[in-house]
Design a protein. Structure first.
Length: 304
């Protein structure tokens, strides 16, 4: 039996990651009623970082100095995005926050074209449009622009930059080490927001079980999987695949959260699925280069 091509495996892995992220929405909603958001993020990623350092010690120590710097930069982007998204969520509805955060699917190709002069094929722009409309159908029930929306949009920009950075600099060989460095940096960024008011820990077995799931599965495993997958996928293609997160969030909310299945969920989810189909099937005819296929010129010196 032939093995799956790396790009196909990366896509499947990234879809699995979005499913895991989607499964955490109703858990986070319950947990942050007892633990402040910054405290939750700090404890979650601290646990993930320690476990990753123990499991991936050899791969992390094998990173070059440049790769460590890249990991630190990516971790700062992701950590700040998490904090800004959390602040924005305190000032806007969750549905609007989900849509504005999801605009990284548009921002990723735009910023890639501006910063890296990426050539974006027409099929990818079609997929971006379908995914954005799908997110709007899933999330929006009216929207006004205020502080919360502006802060959340800033988070979306940082998420897009993080996706671009992973797509540009992550390789299969460095993915594990990069993910570990990112976990420590995300912890440090979250601590900046958590320490001033003191860190509140979860209470009871149920809260700790939820936190450990989000730290180990939705944190450590998902961070490694995203980093590895993006070493085999163009940034925009990865961003479109990751718009499956709210689709899975709606699925788990219906399955476990007691919510009802609606026509909006079916239509919005169908549009996002169509976008992924477009970018997967049509996008293969004009693939963009990943970091492994077209590494930055300065990285070539480390290959010798």
């Amino acid at each position: 039996m032939r093995s799956l091509p790396a790009s196909r495996l990366a896509t499947l892995l990234l879809v699995s990651v979005t499913a895991v992220w989607g499964s955490t929405f109703f858990l986070i909603r319950d947990l942050v009623e007892h633990v402040p958001s910054a405290d939750f993020l700090a404890v979650r990623f601290a646990i993930a970082a320690v476990v990753m350092a123990l499991v991936f010690r050899r791969q992390t120590l094998a990173l070059t100095r440049r790769e460590v710097v890249i990991g630190v930069g990516l971790g700062v982007l992701y950590g700040l995005a998490q904090l800004l998204q959390t602040v924005g969520l305190e000032h806007t509805d969750a549905s609007v926050s989900g849509f504005v955060t999801g605009t990284y699917v548009v921002l990723t190709p735009v910023l890639g074209a501006v910063l890296l002069r990426d050539r974006i094929p027409g099929s990818t722009w079609l997929a971006v449009g379908l995914a954005t409309i799908g997110l709007g159908v899933l999330s929006l029930r009216g929207m006004s622009v205020g502080f919360g929306e502006v802060v959340t949009l800033a988070a979306a920009v940082l998420y897009a930059l993080h996706i671009i950075g992973l797509g540009r600099y992550s390789t299969a060989a460095s993915a594990t080490g990069l993910a570990t460095v990112q976990a420590f940096v995300i912890t440090a960024v979250a601590l900046v927001g958590a320490v001033p008011g003191g860190i509140t820990l979860p209470q009871g077995g149920g809260q700790w079980a939820s936190l450990l799931y989000m730290a180990l599965i939705a944190g450590a495993v998902a961070l490694w999987a995203q980093t590895w997958a993006q070493s085999h996928l163009p940034a925009t293609r990865a961003a479109i695949v990751m718009t499956m997160e709210p689709v899975f969030a709606a699925f788990f909310a219906v399955l476990f959260g007691g919510e009802s299945l609606t026509a909006r969920m079916l239509l919005g989810g169908g549009l996002v699925l169509t976008a992924m189909y477009v970018v997967e099937i049509l996008g293969r005819r004009s693939p963009d280069a990943t970091a492994e296929e077209d590494p930055p010129a300065e990285l070539l010196h480390h290959e010798v």
